[in-house]
Ligand binder design. Structure first.
Ligand SMILES: [Zn+2]
Length: 407
């Protein structure tokens, strides 16, 4: 795997080499020092020193002897997966989950806390801090073994400053310095990332994108968002790239939560489908959803009605899949990715949404580009955002202070 050279600051180079060595031991262990030198291209002294540091920090252990090519049998090195832990936090308008992971990426605990679109920031921060205390206590992990917490939150946000800017579906969350509030409340190092970016990072680390350099992940749930990985790195543009949900599909369409009209999110998200279901029921369309209060019809209710064969719910999901297919085709033409991953409840649980999106996404894109892309559903299940959030910290530990992802 080719790596970008880092020059200049010697601390940075030392950290970089340490991450490089650690990542090879993680991926290839049990592995000898000689093999680490061969894979990384680093010299004898650098590898010896980095391994000594990692053993002193308990991140790496020696686990017996390998086979010899004539000389002494080499000592083999392996990652100690419980030497440190990372936390992932999914913060959405109506969902709050914290997960604890060991260094192999295994989830060792999870807590869910109440969160509604109206929950104020201070209350949500207190609940996350409480969740962190509970999860560490249940797993018997002390706080000083936690490397940090990644947070997947709604965009647009400033990931460098850790500030949520204007999340459309969360009242009272304008310009919230979430990273600072969470660092103060938990005493941990915190990284805040837009949910789509965190999910894309999760696919690179845990999921379908492990050997992929150009990937776009689209979340289709209560809202619609995306994360873009280009050339092996998260692509943020000037800060807020990936707002695919707010691309206009219908010039005179319904008003969107962002203030615009006819956005993909205003036509095909779970919120939009709930609104459309209520309108159809008012017009007299028969549906099992008519038994529920209008305001309660959302993503979950529509998916469940469709699973039970309700025609209105199935028609709405069909339309959602077709709209999503157009967005997928536009994405293929614009970015020419190797892989598009569809995540979120609507894409992961509705076969109609997935089928329509796959079919139209291919049919409406340039055929030469369409032939180059794989389009898959996320295999990370309901936890894709918690895992994505945790992967931000794992990537920082194993991939060094400069690059998020391998190039
Ligand atoms: Zn919009």
């Amino acid at each position: 795997m080719a790596r970008r050279m880092v020059t200049g600051n010697s601390d940075l180079i030392r950290q970089w080499n340490r991450s490089l060595v650690l990542d090879v031991i993680r991926r290839q262990g049990p592995v000898s020092r000689a093999e680490v030198r061969r894979v990384t291209g680093l010299n004898f002294t650098t590898v010896t020193n980095a391994v000594a540091d990692l053993i002193a920090e308990d991140l790496v252990c020696e686990v017996g002897l390998g086979t010899s090519n004539g000389g002494r049998k080499p000592v083999l090195l392996t990652l100690n997966p419980t030497a440190r832990y990372v936390l992932g936090c999914e913060l959405q308008s109506a969902k709050l989950v914290v997960g604890l992971f060991d260094l192999s990426g295994q989830m060792v605990g999870q807590v869910r806390k109440p969160k509604s679109p109206g929950t104020p920031p201070a209350e949500a921060v207190a609940r996350i801090a409480e969740g962190v205390r509970e999860i560490l206590s249940a797993a018997g992990v002390s706080r000083d073994k936690v490397e940090g917490m990644g947070v997947a939150a709604p965009g647009p946000l400033d990931s460098e400053a850790g500030v949520l800017l204007t999340p459309p579906n969360m009242r009272g969350w304008q310009n919230v310095p979430l990273r600072r509030l969470l660092e103060e409340a938990t005493g941990l190092s915190v990284q805040v990332e837009k949910d789509g970016n965190a999910a894309a990072a999760g696919e690179i680390w845990f999921g379908a994108g492990q050997a992929v350099n150009n990937l776009i992940l689209i979340i289709v749930d209560d809202g619609i968002g995306a994360g873009i990985v280009m050339g092996g790195k998260l692509y943020r543009g000037a800060g807020g790239a990936g707002e695919i949900g707010h691309g206009t599909l219908d010039l005179d369409g319904p008003r969107c939560s962002c203030g615009n009209h006819g956005c993909l999110e205003a036509l095909a998200s779970g919120f939009a489908l709930g609104r459309k279901a209520a309108e159809a029921i008012r017009r007299g369309v028969a549906s099992s959803l008519a038994a529920q209060a209008e305001a309660e019809i959302g993503t979950e209710e529509i998916l469940q009605a469709a699973e039970a064969g309700d025609k209105l719910a199935l028609d709405l999901l069909d339309e959602c899949g077709r709209m999503l297919g157009i967005a997928v085709a536009n994405t293929v033409n614009m970015y020419n990715p190797e892989l598009i991953v569809l995540a979120g409840r609507l894409a992961q649980r509705s076969p109609i949404v997935l089928d329509r999106a796959l079919q139209l996404g291919r049919a409406r894109a340039f055929s030469v580009l369409s032939d180059q892309v794989r389009i898959v559903r996320s295999a990370l299940g309901d936890d894709f955002l918690v895992k994505g959030a945790a992967s931000l910290i794992l990537a920082r530990l194993f991939r060094g202070p400069v690059d998020l992802f391998p190039s």
